[in-house]
Ligand binder design. Sequence first.
Ligand code: GBH
Length: 452
Amino acid sequence: VGQRATEATAELPANFLWGVATSAYQIEGAVAEDGRTPSIWDTFCRVPGAVIREENGDVACDHYHRMPQDVELIAGLGVDSYRFSISWPRVQPGGRGPVNAKGLDFYSRLVDELLGKGIKPWVTLYHWDLPQELEDAGGWPERDTAYRFAEYAGLVYEGLGDRVRTWTTLNEPWCSAMLGYDQGKHAPGIQNFGASMRAVHHLLLGHGLAGQALRAAAKEPIELGITLNMGSAKPASDRPEDVDAARRADGLGTRIYLDPLVKGHYPEDVVADLEARGAVLPIEPGDLEVISTPLDVLGVNYYSSHVFEGGEEPHEPVAVSQNLPVTAMDWEIVPQGFTDLLVRISQDYPGLPMVITENGAAFDDEVDENGVVDDSDRLSYISDHIAAVGSAVAQGADVRGYFAWSLMDNFEWAYGYDKRFGIVRVDYDTQERTLKRSAEWYRDTIRSTREK
Ligand code: GBH
């Protein structure tokens, strides 16, 4: 363990931020308590076939009732920071109107518990749980949702802004737009490419408007961020159709978000591709200025990277096998792609500090007769990926922190409770939490960096 920790962290700066991450719907449960109303995920989970075994987040890890103990668990890992998300329909039921004091109070107590233990709260305002009423009014393809999101951000700031400095607006807008409105694998389960592109623009607009609202309300400077899921996209060969396929995958996966956020305009090649498909980004005058509101930090969520082949025109990207080992999600394990991605972002979008807001893996854990989960596969995944971050830093990437996904096993969206991403095991019958070997390694590794 010692050797491995030293190697993995050798290149990281001394003030590197270590953390663990979760999201509201995946852990909280208590979906009908203290005034919370349904989100699109409560609805989606009831659609036959949408989620494996028709599972849902009604109870999840029961974190809503176990929060103080869970904060103790987090403190025991010795992390600097805890990344969690706020449930919009808890704080502003229905997505409109006044704040629900009881709902907001839960997060206020969470922040106090964390600060009391010297743990920095890293707040994400939106991790996919849109109030159902806003979906009924059109959801993210509808422009008004962006304004509603900014209003909600302001309400949260009023309640927590005196104690929270770091604000992530959205978690993985690609997933909200593409899985939610194009592929239909996530809530609200719609399959309409045009709608997904309208969602992209309104998510980004919502990010910008919320960022401006937070800054307008802030008495002291805040740290504004957005979290994107990304990987490196490489062509399978130098055949023009493969090169074009990789360009397209990168365009819709990464540049359609980062270009407007950082450079203030959408990438021309992507806009041209969309036009050819009859899809439009519904840009209104002034939108790009709002979207490019200065970012203090870019959150990077990394799981895997792909190599693409292009078929016939228009060279739709098709991911091909790299013959690498996979996780329980069947995602190939590509730490080199992580290094490549971080170096590339630092070159193409210079001056933007990055924090890894999620990285981790699902494996089929086994509990032995002593209750131990010896998850050497997850431990290797995490240590290899921390080392990959180190390599990127050595090549000049400005990466300032790493959050393991996830603190504990939780509701893995369309996969229900089948896939376990936790470094802490959750027994869903008893709600007992047990540190896996990976959690012990992570704790010891963090400790060892402090002794440097
Ligand atoms: C994150 O999303 C979420 O933020 C988090 O809530 C979730 O629990 C966690 O990851 C684990 O899933 O099939 O090889 O093409 C992950 C976003 C986007 C990552 C799609 C994997 C496809 C991999 N995912 N991506 S592959």
